[in-house]
Design a binder for this molecule. Structure first.
Ligand SMILES: Cc1ncc(COP(=O)(O)O)c(C=O)c1O
Length: 298
C-alpha cells in the first residue's frame, strides 16, 4: 500500500513460503508471480527472476526462509536495473546477516513477524515494517492508523495495523535477549548438523550468511515416514511448507499447474522442521537425534 501497488501490477516472489507473503499482493488485486527456489537454500533463485520481469512488474519480495537471507546483491542489482521496489520478508529472519549486513537493511522495506513462534516472539500477534526512507516511514505510519495523520482527518484508506502497547512492552524486554537466543539456536543447529549429516540433508548455509535458525529444516525422501515415526515417539515436527503457494486453491485463478515450479514442488515433499528453541537442552536434542538415527537404522 505504501508504494501504491495497483490492480494488475505484478510482484515477484517465491511460492515456497507462508501464504502471507503472496496474500498481501493478492489483497491489493496485484498479481503474484512465482519464481522457483534454489535447491540448496530454499530461497528464491535470483538467477530465475529476470525472465519473469515484465512492464507490469513493480516489486520483488524475497523471503529469508527459515532465517537465512536470500541473494540480496543479485536481487538489488536486478531491482536497480528495472526500477523495482524490494521488500524483504524477514518474518523468520530477525538478526540474520548477509555479507555482514542485517536483514531489512538492504531492501527498500523489510518486514518482521513477532508471532510467538518467531525468534523474537510477542505474547500474541505483532509485527514491524522497517525502512530507511523517511517518506516511506511516514506513509506507513498513516496507513497503520486508518489513513489518518491527524485525528479524524483521513488522507487515504488505511487499516488498523497498530502494535498493541502491551506487546511492544513485552518485545522491548525480550529484545535484550535476542542475540543470546540466536547464538543458542546456532549452536543447536551445528550440533544437529554434526550428528545428522550422514542420514539426512542438513541445512545449507552460504559462507557469507548468518543463519538464525528460526527453523532447522532437514530434507529426506522418506519425510512422511520419518514425520510419523517422530510423532509416535513424542517428538513434534512441522512441515514448512507441504504445498507451494502456486498450487494452493486460493491461487487457482493464476493458472499454475503441477510441474510449473518444480524445485519448490520437490522440496515440499522432502522438508521437515525439527524441534528448535533457544532453551533446548543437549539431553532433549539427543533424544531427537537418537530417534532420527534409530529410524534410519531400523
Ligand atoms: C515467511 C513469512 N512471511 C510472513 C509471515 C506473516 O507473519 P504474521 O503472521 O506475523 O503476519 C510469516 C509468519 O509465519 C512468515 O513465516
Amino acid at each position: 500500500m505504501a508504494i501504491d501497488i495497483q490492480p494488475g501490477d505484478e510482484v515477484i516472489t517465491t511460492p515456497f513460503t507462508f501464504i502471507a507473503t503472496a496474500e498481501v499482493i493478492a489483497l491489493l488485486k496485484a498479481k503474484p508471480v512465482f519464481v522457483d527456489i534454489n535447491e540448496q537454500t530454499c530461497n528464491i533463485d535470483a538467477g530465475k527472476i529476470a525472465e519473469k520481469i515484465t512492464s507490469k512488474t513493480k516489486a520483488i519480495i524475497p523471503v529469508h526462509l527459515y532465517g537465512q537471507m536470500a541473494d540480496m546483491d543479485e536481487i538489488m542489482a536486478l531491482a536497480g536495473k528495472n526500477n523495482l521496489i524490494v521488500i524483504e520478508d524477514a518474518a523468520q529472519a530477525i538478526g540474520s546477516e548477509y555479507k555482514n549486513k542485517r536483514s531489512c537493511s538492504i531492501g527498500d522495506f523489510g518486514t518482521i513477524s513477532f508471532f510467538p513462534a518467531k525468534n523474537l516472539g510477542a505474547y500474541g500477534d505483532a509485527g514491524m515494517v522497517i525502512t530507511n526512507n523517511e517518506g516511506n516511514a511516514n506513509k506507513l505510519k498513516v496507513l497503520r492508523n486508518h489513513g489518518q495523520a491527524e485525528r479524524y482527518k483521513h488522507s487515504c484508506i488505511g487499516m488498523n495495523g497498530r502494535l498493541d502497547t502491551i506487546q511492544a512492552a513485552i518485545l522491548l524486554v525480550k529484545l535484550k535477549y535476542l542475540d543470546k537466543w540466536i547464538e543458542s539456536r546456532i549452536k543447536l543447529a551445528k550440533r544437529y548438523t554434526e550428528y545428522l549429516k550422514d542420514y539426512v540433508k542438513t541445512p545449507y548455509v552460504k559462507d557469507h550468511n548468518k543463519h538464525v535458525f528460526n527453523q532447522y529444516s532437514i530434507r529426506t525422501d522418506r519425510r512422511d515416514d520419518l514425520f510419523a515415526f517422530l510423532k509416535d515417539n513424542g517428538i513434534p515436527t512441522a512441515v514448512h511448507y507441504p504445498r507451494p503457494l502456486h498450487l494452493q486453491e486460493c491461487f487457482k485463478y493464476l493458472g499454475y499447474k503441477q510441474g510449473d515450479v518444480p524445485v519448490s514442488e520437490k522440496i515440499s515433499g522432502e522438508i521437515c522442521s525439527l524441534p528448535m528453541f533457544p532453551e533446548m537442552t543437549e539431553e532433549q536434542q539427543d533424544m531427537v537425534i537418537n530417534t532420527i538415527i534409530k529410524f534410519f537404522k531400523q
